[in-house]
Structure formats: C-alpha cells, structure tokens
Design a protein around this ligand. Structure first.
Ligand SMILES: NC(=O)c1ccc[n+]([C@@H]2O[C@H](COP(=O)([O-])OP(=O)(O)OC[C@H]3O[C@@H](n4cnc5c(N)ncnc54)[C@H](OP(=O)(O)O)[C@@H]3O)[C@@H](O)[C@H]2O)c1
Length: 349
C-alpha cells in the first residue's frame, strides 16, 4: 500500500516520488530498460508521482511519451502527477523577462502534452541577482492564467522563502535535500514552512545509493564515480564527518533494517518520511530495479528505540551546517563547482 499525501484539495501524490534526473542525458550511462515501460511499472505499483525539470535533458519529453502511451493503453493517465521545475539559466537571471518565463512554461506544456502543468517548482541560482520575487510573481500570474496548477520552490533557504511568503506567493512545497546526512532543513526552514503550510519534497534520502548495503564495509571510494549523484553525495559524506562515521551509520542502519526485514535504503527513507513537514521522498530511478525493494518502505514503522539510536549517531556529524543549499550556492566551492548552471538555453524545443 503506497502512502499518499494530499498537497492541495483533491491533489494527492505518492509519498515516494520517482526522480527523473537519472534519466537525463549527462547524468550517467544509458538505461538498460525501456524508460517508458519502467514508468508503467512504477505507476502500476502506486508510485504515481514523477519529478522532472525543464533542464533534465530529454526527461519531460520521455514523461510526455509515457503519458500518451498510458492514455492509449489504459484509456486514462490522470492518475499520474508530474512535478516539473522552472530553472532559469544562471546567465539569464539578470535579464529575465515575463515572456521568457512564459516561453519556458509553454515548452514544458508542449513536451508533456498537457494543457496545465500539475506543479512547477521554481529555482533560482543566485541571491545576488535580486529578481526572484519578481520572477515568482510572473509565475503566479501564469498560474492564475490557468497554465500551472500548483506553484512550489526548490532549494530556497529560510530568508528567501520568507520573502516570497511576504510577497503573497503561495508555495505548496519546497524540494530540498533532507537526509540522514543532511539535516539543514531542521535549522529554521521547517519552522517557517510549518507556519505557512509548505511541505517538503526531499531528495538525497538514499544519497545516490550510498545509503545501502552496497557500500557497507567497503573502503572509501575515490573518484571517478559512476554517475553524478555519487559525485554529489560523496561530498555530503565528507561534510557529514567522513567515511568512518558514515560506516558507523551504515552499520546501525543495517541492524535496524534486519530487525524490520527491510533494507538500509528503506530505513534511511522511512526516517525522513517521518520528519515534520515531509510530504514525500524523491528516489532517483533509471530503471525499475529497486522498485519492489523501495515499496517495503510502506510496510514497517521505526520505533522509538530505532529513532534514538539513529539520532545518537547522526548527532556526531560535523556538518553540513547553515541553511538549505547555502554551501551549494558557493559557485567556486566543492559543491557549487560540480553543478551545470546554463542547461536551459541548451535544451532544444
Ligand atoms: N531540486 C534539486 O536540486 C535536485 C537535486 C538532486 C536531485 N533531485 C531530484 O531527486 C531525484 C533523486 O536524485 P538523487 O541524485 O538525489 O539520487 P538518489 O535518489 O539519492 O539516488 C538514486 C540512486 O540510488 C540507488 N538506489 C535507489 N534505491 C535503491 C535501493 N533500494 N538500494 C540500493 N540503491 C538504491 C540507485 O542507484 P543504482 O541504480 O546505481 O543502483 C538510484 O539511481 C532526482 O532524480 C531528481 O528528481 C533534485
């Protein structure tokens, strides 16, 4: 039984969201399974919510194909929710216009084959370019015009979220990194979001697969890594306190997982699903290889003793500190320098 969460009246999402970045060109090697059939497998099992973005090259198009195929095969596709993003290029922030925003939204509508987007998650690379409120207001106007159902944000910190709330922009959710390795949302963002009924959609709960049996007892890996998620989350493990502390966490998660006949990945995601403000976790999937295992998340509960033991280990963390996505915004820093900032313009129509 896949748990559901009602984000807005009548709009339910599955509490595991299928992440789409893994399917984009540039993330990792090509999928070994037909991505459309893999999307059928997820939706048929009740994981009906798919995350994507205008900058995940080729992914909105793939989901659009899937929606058409589902309609053809079953006669309906309105059981699937597609959460996309609007991520204007770093180099376009200073000169962005409403018509540019509208053009990108129209392109997402075309790619997905929809008349109205279920959700647009707004992203802004740099607070130094102080135009995100204005841009969010344009998105709000486009929403009022009927092209967007729910408006949300991604990677905004407490200050920026507060500014948007004060400007009257209703954000349904914030998509942020929140995991056993990264508890920055608890510092101040969760409090603000609780006051304003904004829920979290969390990525990073399985740390690119690092939070799994595969890495238990393994010596510290060195680059190059197999895919971009592993590059990203190895840096998070370094922030957290390094490989040794990470192995202590994996060992503990393994014993808790064994007790519940579950996996490390299950326990790591279940812990985040149980946190305040969390509506869902987003787990990246190129294929349906981990689908059955990840469904086990809905079949057990962590007890107080499990939670206390987990908290004892994660309290030893050294970081990451500060607010959500603040270290990632330092362009020359280790987290910022691995990002690609101008993918939108490159994405063809
Ligand atoms: N808003 C943002 O800035 C942002 C940033 C990052 C991600 N996201 C979203 O979040 C999604 C998740 O991406 P992520 O990079 O954070 O990746 P992730 O979900 O932390 O990791 C996904 C990988 O974990 C492994 N995995 C999944 N279930 C597993 C299991 N049960 N056992 C073992 N390994 C398992 C798989 O790797 P293998 O296939 O190699 O086994 C899978 O590709 C993205 O697709 C995207 O939609 C958003």
């Amino acid at each position: 039984m896949v748990e559901k969460f009602e984000l807005a009246p009548g709009f339910h999402i599955s509490r595991i969201i299928k992440g789409g970045w893994q399917l984009s060109q540039g993330h990792s090697a090509d999928a070994t399974e037909d991505p459309i059939e893999s999307m059928f497998a997820f939706a048929d099992k009740g994981i009906t919510t798919f995350d994507c973005a205008d900058i995940y090259t080729g992914v909105e198009e793939l989901i659009g194909k899937f929606l058409r195929a589902r309609k053809q095969r079953l006669g309906y596709n309105d059981d699937v929710q597609v959460l996309t993003k609007f991520v204007p290029d770093y180099d376009a922030l200073a000169t962005i216009t409403k018509s540019h925003v509208e053009k990108i939204i129209d392109r997402s509508l075309r790619r997905l084959g929809k008349e109205r987007l279920d959700m647009v998650q707004f992203s802004w690379w740099s607070y130094d370019v102080d135009r995100y409120i204005e841009t969010a207001q344009w998105l709000h106007e486009i929403q009022q015009a009927g092209k967007i159902n729910l408006l949300s944000g991604t990677n905004f910190n407490t200050h920026a979220t507060k500014q948007m709330v004060s400007a009257g922009i209703l954000l349904t959710t914030l998509q942020i990194q929140y995991s056993l390795l990264d508890n920055r949302p608890e510092n101040s963002l969760a409090g603000l979001c609780s006051e304003n009924n904004i829920h979290f959609l969390c990525y990073g709960t399985v740390a690119g697969g690092f939070l799994s049996e595969k890495w238990l007892g393994v010596i510290e890996p060195k680059p190059p890594f197999e895919n971009r998620s592993l590059i990203k989350y190895k840096l998070m493990i370094d922030e957290f306190g390094g490989w040794e502390l990470f192995q202590s966490l994996l060992n503990l998660l393994k014993s808790i997982a064994d007790k519940h006949r579950a996996s490390i990945t299950n326990v790591a995601s279940r812990y985040i699903l149980d946190r305040k403000q969390v509506a869902a976790v987003i787990i990246g999937a190129k294929t349906s290889a981990h689908l059955e295992e990840n469904l086990r998340i809905f079949e057990f509960a962590l007890d107080d003793a499990d939670t206390k033991e987990i908290e004892k280990v994660i309290k030893q963390r050294k970081g990451p500190s500060g607010d959500v996505f603040d270290i990632e915004r330092i362009k020359e820093g280790p987290h910022g320098s691995i990002m690609r900032y101008n993918l939108n313009q490159q994405a063809t129509d």
